[in-house]
Structures are given as structure tokens and as C-alpha cells.
Design a protein around this ligand. Structure first.
Ligand code: PEP
Length: 252
């Protein structure tokens, strides 16, 4: 059956020294909580420190983005091979902040996803509707379309290394959370799209997380839903006690 995955997305927070201190503090707090995978997705410059600090623990390390080319004239970008060589296991792709502020489209998200998978990285693919789309009742159409566009050309075999993070954009960093029912329903719609693409066996085996102001107070209710297989957590992943409480909820 599919794994529950609790992943932190640090965004543009934490220096390497803060990273080392954070993981050193977190590791004993989450030790033995093995009913879920625990991932921290951190800024590029923190990855090497994070990988070193997480050695011998149950914490896995990811990046927050990756470029789609293997190498070349892309000043300021980072390739999948570079990430892989320094011990990165996961990568977040298509986060709404990348789509909103850095011009990411479903086309570039798809290219990045394929490049990351080809290099042997596990992808946390983010998608979700904006507020107007939910208010206009087209959430299901939007997430179905994003799922299908973002995964174009990704094989059923490669889906073993794909996690979908359903992140309603209106809930990210706003303190607004989808209700457990909304999260369950929309994660289920995404699973339905996966079933159409790959067959229901693959869909049932794919982890679909919820993300959007998940915290220590609401995690248990959200994670209790049958279609919610974990969380992608921004703000609350920056505090060891709050992040541990979410991991604990996933281990209950
Ligand atoms: C995120 O960054 O993916 C996220 C869900 O952020 P927050 O938990 O702060 O809403």
C-alpha cells in the first residue's frame, strides 16, 4: 500500500548552520516514527549540510526545485545530476510560489519532472486550484488537467517515484486550510485522474499529500482522511516541535 509522507518545504529560510542545528534537534524527536516517510526540502545551499546532519536518521532530504536541462547555458540554475551527486533524494516541483512568481507553467513543470525522474530523484509534484477557481466550482477540472499535463510522458513505472501534493493555492501560507472533506475529495479527484492515466492499481499505490497551512492543530483530522496520504508543510516545518507533532499525528 501507499506510504504516508510528511515533507517540510522550508522555502527561502534557514542558513547552513541553522540547518545543522535544526536537524540535530529534530532527529531524536522523530526517531522511531516509521509509519511515515519524513522529508525536509531545503534551499540548495543547505542540502549538503542537511544530508550530512541527517545521516543515520529517518529524515530524508530534498530540494525545492530543479532545472530540466542536463547542463548548459542556464545561469543560476541547478541540474538533477548536481542534486543527485550531493545526496538529494527528493525534489519539489511545480510549487505554486514557483508558478506564481517565477513563471512556471505546466509545460516546464512537466519537463522538470521528467528530468528529475530520469536522474533517479523522487518528485513531489505540487498542483492545486486558486481561490477563484474554487469559488467558480471548477476545482476538479483544474486539478485533473494539471495532473494530466504535469505527468505527460511519465511512465507507470516512473510513478513509483512520484508523490502528488494537492495544494490549494488559497491555503498556502495564509492560515486558511481546506476542510478535511475538501482535501479528501480533491485528493480523490487527483487519484481518479491517475487511475485514468495509469490504471487504478498505480493510482492506489501513489501517495497524494495535502498541503496548505497544515499544522500541529489540524494535521490529525486531515491525515485521517482516506485519500490524504501525508502533508507538504511550509510554515510549520520551520519549528521542530510543530513538525514533530505532525509526524506524530501521521504515526498515530
Ligand atoms: C507549502 O509551502 O507547500 C505550504 C503548504 O506552506 P504552508 O504550510 O505555510 O501553507
Amino acid at each position: 500500500m501507499r506510504r504516508t509522507v510528511i515533507a517540510g518545504n522550508w522555502k527561502m529560510n534557514m542558513t547552513p548552520s541553522q540547518t545543522k542545528a535544526f536537524i540535530t534537534e529534530l532527529a531524536p524527536m522523530v526517531a522511531g516514527m516509521d509509519k511515515c516517510d519524513i522529508v525536509l526540502c531545503v534551499p540548495y545551499v543547505d542540502i549538503a549540510t542537511a544530508v550530512e546532519a541527517a545521516k543515520g536518521t529517518n529524515i530524508k532530504i530534498g530540494a525545492e526545485n530543479v532545472h530540466f536541462a542536463e547542463s548548459g547555458a542556464y545561469t543560476g540554475e541547478i541540474s538533477a545530476a548536481m542534486l543527485k551527486e550531493i545526496g538529494t533524494e527528493y525534489v519539489v516541483i511545480g510549487h505554486s510560489e514557483r508558478r506564481q512568481y517565477f513563471g512556471e507553467t505546466d509545460t516546464t513543470v512537466n519537463l522538470r519532472t521528467k528530468a528529475a525522474l530520469a536522474a533517479g530523484l523522487k518528485v513531489i509534484l505540487c498542483l492545486g486550484e486558486v481561490k477563484d477557481e474554487r469559488l467558480n466550482g471548477i476545482t476538479n477540472e483544474i486539478v485533473r488537467m494539471q495532473t494530466k499535463l504535469d505527468l505527460l510522458g511519465v511512465s507507470a513505472e516512473e510513478m513509483k517515484n512520484v508523490i502528488i501534493a494537492y495544494e490549494p493555492v488559497w491555503a498556502i501560507g495564509t492560515g486558511l486550510t481546506a476542510t478535511p472533506e475538501q482535501a479528501d475529495e480533491t485528493c480523490g479527484v487527483i487519484r481518479g485522474a491517475l487511475c485514468e492515466l495509469y490504471g487504478c492499481e498505480v493510482a492506489e499505490a501513489t501517495t497524494v499529500q495535502y498541503g496548505g497551512s497544515m499544522n500541529d492543530a489540524n494535521a490529525a483530522e486531515l491525515l485521517a482522511k482516506v485519500n490524504v496520504d501525508g502533508g507538504l508543510i511550509g510554515g510549520a516545518s520551520l519549528k521542530t516541535d510543530k513538525f514533530t507533532a505532525i509526524v506524530k499525528a501521521a504515526n498515530a
